[in-house]
Ligand binder design. Sequence first.
Ligand code: ASP
Length: 652
Amino acid sequence: MLCWLNRLHGALPAPTGRIAHLRPSSLRRRLALSSQRRIPEFSSFVARTNTCGELRSSHLGQEVTLCGWIQYRRQNVFLVLRDSHGLIQVVIPQDESAASVKKILCEAPVESVVRVSGTVISRPPGQENPKMPTGEIEIKVKTAELLNSCKKLPFEIKDFVKKTEALRLQYRYLDLRSFQMQYNLRLRSQMVMKMREYLCNLHGFVDVETPTLFKRTPGGAKEFVIPSREPGKFYCLPQSPQQFKQLLMVGGLDRYFQVARCYRDEGSRPDRQPEFTQIDIEMSFVDQTGIQSLIEGLLQYSWPSDKDPVVVPFPSMTFAEALASYGTDKPDTRFGMKIVDISNVFRNTEVGFLQDALSKPQGTVKAMCISEGAKYLKRKDIESIRKFAADHFNQEVLPIFLKANRNWNSPVAKSIMEEQRSGLTRLMEIQEDDVVLLTAGEHKKACSVLGKLRLECADLLEARGLVLRDPALFSFLWVVDFPLFLPKEENPEKLESAHHPFTAPHPSDVQLLYSEPEKVRSQHYDLVLNGNEIGGGSIRIHDAELQRYILAELLKEDVKLLSHLLQALEFGAPPHGGIALGLDRLICLVTGAPSIRDVIAFPKSFRGHDLMSNAPDSLPPEELKPYHIQVSWPADSEAEKSSLNQPYCPES
Ligand code: ASP
């Protein structure tokens, strides 16, 4: 049952049976010893001799003291005690002389905290529990103490008991007692520890903390604003330590890393948090391959030993190829269903919308083959896929079912000529029972639509029982050769940085900056895992003139906001580059958790609230005065205004 805990903690230390009151000299010795040991001492410094999960038959006869929560009680005879290391069965004494111990253990409500002392004994033959790591033994209790009682719980502390996420977040401290949350947070801590070891001890990185009260950075994500006591002046919470890490390179730190908290005021998205953690890295005198090898080594070194080992080097794909074949810059390469350009097959088509698209200068026809789709997908599935494309992308999608009799079943089957059929079959290697989805339009749009449908179809096929994405498989991919700039979404005439404005252009494209900047490739790289972007970075611009030109002339940003950085680059800034790994997302994928909130101890809700403490919260006007700010209440927010005096009611 608790094999994950055993895996996580590894082999446990040999039993000592000692009482945890240590004299200073032995404490010093223990500390010195434990710093050399690989196996941690889980019971040092505390009022227990052992953890609940560590006792085995080899401990038989030992006198032990355990502390933990009452998980459940059976017929007032047995009690199962839990701590962060596992479960153990405790036998409640039944004899008169131990009446007070029995009273404590029988009356304390479930989830109360107790300390028990007694002897490790073997369970009577036939009563062993092979599913429990401690299932061969039990504790014959001599003394018991109620350390704290537990009142009626809002939900049972059992992983299989269903509870809403809102309730879990409201009582997060109880939710954290679940095995799953314990596992996720401990695995996270262990991976971070290994990363520190790899970076600092094996590769000479320096862990430097950078400020969280900072100023606005032009471009990029929306930042949280913090009022200051100076009228009209505000700090911003940094979206990442980007400027500081570059300045540390100018300062000669050479190799920086930080487990950095970052903040982005980007509204609610299921896989994002307004505050999140990055493993932030910067190095001097490095190129793209140097950073990539470092990260491959880092992940290999810190990867949990109970997962399949990470295989390096990771494959690499250009941004252009990712878009053309997968319709996204973060392809899930665990399965095929690649997008194929079939424009040439349909040059002389009679199908209206294909003809229409191909008559335009940038027009293309794209297709994707869902192998065995006809076996698994129903007509209504295809209809919902078409509706999805129409509703979300205003894009027509045409299905073709290839039947066993080789007949094509499609709304436009009659209009597809024989040579088009054979051309398509050859190009896409279509087989019996496959379904082909066709769409047409400008390259990026058509690919993006099919990219989204590829994932939708994968979900549908898996819901019908086909395994496309092996849950044990970790498919890493570098995406490289991004464009330096993209057209701004709200104003496509203007450019914005594809990564951030400090990213260096590809050395062979520098001249294009002055003629066709939209064609310049960058030295930006993203790391993708199973279709999720888990990291991104770049080689930076270390030439002040080039940085100024890009900011002022191409991005039309106010260079004054970055004058400190531009100045620093003029004082002998070394060539440098770096990357940041999104720690929450990485741990979420490693643990297989359904959401990044499951790997963060105290996450914000979907709407960015802390449901436990009710942050963000209102402040009375007099507390806002020192900051020279006033709330201008929107017209329809009477309710919010009056909530200043209302008790807190969490979102559901
Ligand atoms: N600061 C960047 C980010 O947060 C990462 C980097 O370029 O190193 O995406």
